[in-house]
Unconditional design. Structure first.
Lengths: 291, 317
């Protein structure tokens, strides 16, 4: 393929827009895995679940996915509280989170996927919104709104989370809880409660990301699995325990994937994220902005 | 029991089972169903060497299985290789990949290994779909000659007998590791890795042996698959169902001895065959997932855990 400037710039812009969405998908894992040490590999499955809820709401009552996102996040927040309680009493309290806890989340992932297959079938689902087919053009640069809207909302969510976690007392106790729960307890904070709320927060972001997912691309139940590599690549690459790191990781992944899709074909793009993940694990497991 | 005697008994049982079924059963469905159950026995046993004995989670059983399956496809397409050659090569390839993945990630926290195996699965899947020589996403055929070797009536029965032997081999290896010095080292790593390291156990080396053996056995299970089905395609061979099953079966059976995964695989494998025929394959996967979550939260030591509890209670009274 001929390497032209506008192709290059368009791939770059598409990559950056995609990165915004990827950050929204990954930030939940950035919180649960990076800050709480709860390896929720089922997170991407909940993103896909959120996408299906947005799809269903759109089919039934014509709800805009962005509106669904606002309704969905508190519901997912509650779901997250319940899930963390089960996880805490079954595994964390007994010190079995490393093997059985992982298997638990793997089972949840699998149940979600198969449940979606049973409810909706394996066909790709898609939602049409008012802004779906609109594309702004600035010079030779394409700005499809179906990528721009999720990008803007994701960015707002990321910045909000960043300031919330770094400026408030609750945010600081989240950062502290994985490092030294005992010290936190001495400060008069209940570590289990902090973890429960932070985990619920991480799942709430999955609801928001899921509502965007159905806007950006057609969805099928097994899609969550492709996102696992992506999400963990972003989290590890950026550095555990840092929202800014997640944004940097998402940027790298989004641009790398967009370039691969443009120059080698989209069937290779899953290999990019997993390749980068393996490289990150092999050479710099602490991540670029890792502490 | 001495490892030698144990292996002898297991192999005799396998030969006996194969001989009796070959002599009495002609129904092809019986062979397909039993072959699938044996496949799961091997996968669960192999998974347990790393998961149950060493305490590291492998989410990529499907990847190691497919490495075996696609080694067979390559060898058969190039040389018309007989099944035993493919099993050996499949084991070597999957074992080496296990060693490589372990070497890259086992020096880090265990969870990175788990994520890496999941990633490995997707990377290999992408490569196979884009690789035309092995049929890409269309899949590949292995057409065997009509007459089966060694006087078997047909290839289905021959390959079932081969699978029975591979199963016996896998169980023998698992049991040998469990009672050997190696197994005690692995158990020490599972219970407290830092203490094991301090006690002078070469933890990294033992973990690498464990991943290699576990991967190789999974590869052996995969290598026979395309011969038996005479067809393999990436979506089914990389199916998450393999990974979930090989985790669910040891967890349900019990992870601390070789018997757990065998019991779990036979139980869950048979239930799945039944549900798949009477209800549907999607429901059958849902059952596996639900059973996995229920057992892991409510009965973390599985069926063998109940047996052990019952034994101690009886000996006390």
């Amino acid at each position: 393929m001929e390497l032209t400037a506008d192709l290059l710039v368009n791939a770059l812009v598409a990559g950056i827009l995609l990165a915004g969405f990827y950050a929204a998908v990954s930030v939940g894992v950035g919180i649960s895995f990076g800050m709480l040490d709860v390896v929720n590999i089922a997170h991407p499955a909940f993103v896909v679940l959120g996408a299906y809820v947005a799809f269903y709401a759109n089919q039934r009552v014509g709800a805009d996915p962005i509106v669904t996102a606002l309704v969905l996040s508190p519901v997912f927040f509650l779901l997250g509280r319940v899930m963390y309680r089960v996880y805490y009493y079954s595994f964390e309290q007994r010190g079995q989170e490393s093997l059985r806890g992982l298997a638990f989340f793997f089972g949840i992932l699998f149940i979600t996927e198969v449940g979606l297959i049973l409810a909706f079938g394996v066909d790709y689902r898609f939602v049409n919104t008012s802004f779906n087919d609109v594309t702004w053009r600035i010079g030779f640069v394409d700005l499809p709104l179906r990528l721009v809207v999720p990008f803007v909302v994701s960015l707002a969510m990321m910045l909000g989370l960043h300031y919330y976690l770094s400026r408030t007392f609750f945010g600081r106790s989240v950062l502290a809880v994985a490092q030294d729960p005992l010290a936190l307890q001495l400060m008069g904070v209940n570590p289990r409660r902090v973890k429960e709320l932070a985990f619920a927060l991480s799942l709430a972001t999955a609801g928001v990301a899921g509502a965007f997912l159905i806007v950006i691309q057609p969805v099928q139940p097994a899609l969550g699995r492709e996102f696992i590599g992506l999400v963990f690549a972003i989290t590890v690459l950026g550095g555990l325990g840092s929202i800014a790191g997640t944004m940097v990781g998402a940027g790298i992944l989004g641009i790398a994937e967009s370039f691969t899709a443009t120059f080698f074909g989209p069937s290779w793009s899953p290999a990019v994220s997993f390749g980068l993940l393996l490289a990150a694990l092999a050479f710099r497991p602490a991540g670029l902005l890792g502490r | 029991m001495k490892a030698r005697w144990f292996s002898l008994i297991v192999f005799l049982v396998a030969i006996l089972v194969a001989a009796i079924t070959t002599a009495t059963v002609t129904n092809d469905y019986f062979y397909t169903a039993s072959f699938t159950v044996l496949q799961f026995v091997i996968l669960a046993t192999a998974w347990n060497i790393l998961g149950g004995l060493t305490g590291y989670v492998n989410f990529g059983s499907a990847a190691f299985f497919s490495l075996g399956a696609y080694s067979s496809v390559v060898l058969f397409t190039l040389f018309k290789a007989p099944v035993f050659v493919s099993i050996a090569v499949g084991a070597a390839v999957a074992g080496l990949v296990g060693l490589g993945a372990g070497y890259l990630t086992l020096r880090l926290r265990g969870v990175f290994f788990a994520i890496a195996t999941l990633a490995l699965s997707e990377v290999l899947y992408t490569f196979v779909i884009n690789w035309d020589f092995v049929g890409g996403s269309r899949g590949a055929y292995i057409i065997l000659p009509d007459e089966a070797p060694l006087g078997f009536r047909n290839n289905t029965q021959y390959l079932f007998a081969v699978m029975a032997l591979v199963t016996a081999f896998a169980i023998s290896v698992a049991r040998f590791i469990e009672i050997s010095r190696l197994g005690r080292g692995l158990a020490a790593i599972r219970d407290d890795e830092i203490a094991a390291e301090c006690a002078g156990i070469p933890t990294l080396r033992l973990k690498l042996i464990s991943t290699t053996v576990s991967g190789a056995l999974m590869g052996m299970s995969g290598a026979t698959f395309p011969y038996f089905m005479q067809y393999v395609e990436p979506t089914s061979s990389f199916s998450l169902a393999y990974s979930v099953n090989s985790i669910a079966m040891p967890l349900i059976g019990g992870m601390h001895s070789w018997a757990g995964p065998v019991i779990g695989a036979i139980l869950l494998g048979t239930v799945q065959q039944y549900v798949q025929v009477t209800v549907s394959s999607a429901w059958n996967l849902l059952i596996v997932g639900v059973m996995l979550v229920l057992f892991v939260t409510l009965a973390p030591n599985g069926i063998m855990g109940w047996v052990d509890a019952w034994r101690t209670r009886r000996s006390r009274s």
